[in-house]
Design a protein around this ligand. Structure first.
Ligand code: CAA
Length: 380
């Protein structure tokens, strides 16, 4: 077994690390405070090829593997989890979903603009009464021959206000339960498509989260993704890959907080010596490092499974479950290592602690990951 990254992987990781330090770090505290979307930074990430990393080159994508993607996600998330969730949703939910299941026309028309960052995508599954229970969709899409008419509300949509292209999951036939669900491509500005106010969030405050309302939105039939009734499977398959991206985000948040705590322990003095020389701190750092390394192995294994054509439902769910717990634990400890300074914005760790929590909630709560894991291990 070879744990060594290729030269190309190392280059991608370094490029993401440089971008995070040079472009994301300046202004990250202000964007968090003002809930300001990192518009310029996302544009640059698109120009550098980070918005469609795994998508096919013929549609402007990078044609890279999932390992490259998680390496980039970890580095970006160490500094700015608000920017990295935009990258994650665009890459793994929107670009991957379209690249894998879209028609040639859909890819030409939509994917090629999403991979370059020219346009941003959103994935719209959750509803006021259907978060974890994704089959209980209330949004409807009525077949009118050459088009569908969509009505309903979606909640907690990442990139809700900034996106241009929205993948919307809706029921076309409630009798058929999950087999009567479809996925559609909607565009901002379609008549009857309304974007609600921005949510005021605890963390990832630079990303914009909105509810969306559809009032008789007419969507051409050619905007349905896949065969009739494929929408639920589309959502599940797409989310299975998305969970690897969020696991990498959680890993990055943890690793970022740990690195800051380690650096701080070398300069902060207490009781006549740098605090790293006190076991109370050194043991915390040892625990943080160990759990981060375990999480990194799990994230890499899930990415490797995906790249090698293995089923990644189980490894992806386990990676997300574990890495998001590590993100919570490590960021809380990083604040503790910083003492009073940890509670102050300029030291960054309090933001990472707030950002960490969402990784246990979106793209399936930790409880949902346990459902996926237990069903998988008990299936045989
Ligand atoms: N791949 C392919 N098919 C799958 C699948 C997968 N990973 N998981 C389930 N399916 C299929 C099943 O095979 C089944 O199909 P058939 O009956 O045809 O065989 C069908 O889907 C229904 O499966 P279940 O009976 O298992 O469905 P369930 O109702 O029990 O739900 C669940 C399963 C795992 C709980 C699912 O509802 C789920 O994942 N819920 C969480 C939803 C979620 O993650 N929401 C996050 C929103 S997106 C987001 O957060 C993005 C963002 O903005 C950041």
């Amino acid at each position: 077994m070879d744990f060594k990254l290729t030269e190309e992987h190392e280059m991608i990781r370094q490029a993401a690390r440089d971008f995070a330090n040079n472009e994301l770090k300046p202004g990250v505290i202000e964007r968090d405070e003002k809930q300001e979307f990192p518009k310029e930074q996302i544009k640059k990430l698109g120009e550098l090829g980070f918005m469609g990393m795994m998508a096919s080159p013929e549609y402007g994508g990078g044609g890279m593997d999932t390992v490259s993607y998680v390496l980039a996600m970890e580095e970006l998330s160490k500094i700015d989890a608000s920017a990295s969730v935009v990258v994650s949703v665009n890459n793994s939910l929107v670009c991957w979903g379209l690249d894998t299941y879209g028609t040639e026309e859909q890819k030409k028309k939509y994917l090629s603009q999403l991979t370059t960052g020219e346009k941003i995508g959103a994935f719209c599954l959750s509803e006021p009464e259907a978060g974890s229970d994704a089959t209980s969709q209330k949004t409807t899409a009525i077949d009118k021959g050459d088009h569908y008419v969509i009505n309903g509300t979606k909640n907690w949509i990442t990139n809700g206000g900034s996106a241009d292209i929205y993948l919307v999951i809706a029921h076309t036939d409630k009798e058929k339960k999950h087999r009567g669900i479809n996925a559609f491509i909607l565009e901002k500005g379609m008549e009857g498509f309304e974007i609600g106010p921005k949510e005021q969030k605890m963390g990832i405050r630079g990303s914009d989260t909105h509810s969306l309302t559809f009032n008789d939105v007419k969507v051409p039939k050619e905007n349905r993704i896949g065969e009739d009734g494929f929408g639920f499977k589309f959502a599940m398959k797409t989310l299975a890959g998305g969970r690897i991206g969020i696991a990498a985000q959680a890993l990055g948040i943890a690793a970022g907080a740990y690195e800051m705590a380690k650096d701080y322990s070398k300069i902060r003095k207490a009781f006549g010596t740098e605090i790293k020389n006190h076991q109370a701190i050194a043991f915390k750092l040892a625990d943080m490092h160990t759990s981060i390394e375990a999480a990194r192995h799990m994230v890499m294994k899930a990415a490797w499974d995906k790249d090698n054509g293995h089923n990644y439902d189980l490894s992806g769910a386990m990676a997300k479950l574990y890495a998001s717990q590590v993100a919570m634990d490590v960021t809380v400890e990083a604040v503790q290592v910083h003492g009073g300074n940890g509670y102050v914005k300029e030291y960054h760790v309090e933001r990472l602690m707030r950002d960490a929590k969402i990784t246990q909630i979106y793209e399936g709560t930790s409880e949902i990951q346990k459902i996926v894991i237990s069903r998988s291990i008990l299936a045989d």
